[in-house]
Design a protein around this ligand. Structure first.
Ligand code: HEM
Length: 127
């Protein structure tokens, strides 16, 4: 099922390139406080790294779910110091939503099911 996640990312990339701008626009729209958390990130380096890491974890999951889970647990722990705990997984959900909205009808129920299965695994990630 997971190749569908990869396919949706490829279709998105072909049409729009990097999801970075759309994902952060959605994050700030969800809660204006999120934008303030990155005030010191003047060159957007932290945010780009966060987006890159998110996509890397998804790609890793496709071949090595355990390695993906380990990276999620590590990132989740570092976010406790930023005051991000319960909401950590929202960033993965926003990424899914941006891909789904970008693809429109090309994002099928099977794509949605594959993403949802993966995101459920992410939420259950433990070392
Ligand atoms: C809504 C959920 C999230 C919020 C609000 C959030 C917020 C933040 C903030 C404020 C920082 C910068 C902290 C600093 O000043 O050093 C940060 C860094 C980071 N975040 Fe997130 N985060 C979220 C979810 C995620 C997720 C799901 C991942 C993927 C694993 C992730 C990966 C990273 C990485 C890798 C960094 C470090 C960037 C660097 O040091 O270059 N974040 N996050």
């Amino acid at each position: 099922m997971t190749p569908l996640v990869e396919q949706s990312l490829e279709l998105y990339a072909d049409q729009y390139g990097d999801p970075y701008d759309a994902v952060y626009a959605k994050l700030y729209a969800m809660d204006a406080d999120y934008e303030g958390m990155f005030l010191l990130d003047t060159d957007e380096g932290l945010r780009r790294n966060m987006m890159r890491t998110t996509l890397e974890i998804i790609t890793t999951y496709l071949t090595d779910p355990t390695a993906a889970a380990n990276r999620i647990v590590g990132a989740q722990m570092s976010h406790v110091t930023y005051g991000v705990e319960d909401t950590f997984h929202q960033f993965f959900e926003i990424t899914r939503d941006v891909i789904a909205q970008g693809l429109g009808d090309a994002f099928t129920p099977d794509h949605a099911a594959a993403w949802n299965l993966m995101l459920t695994d992410f939420e259950q990630a433990q070392v």
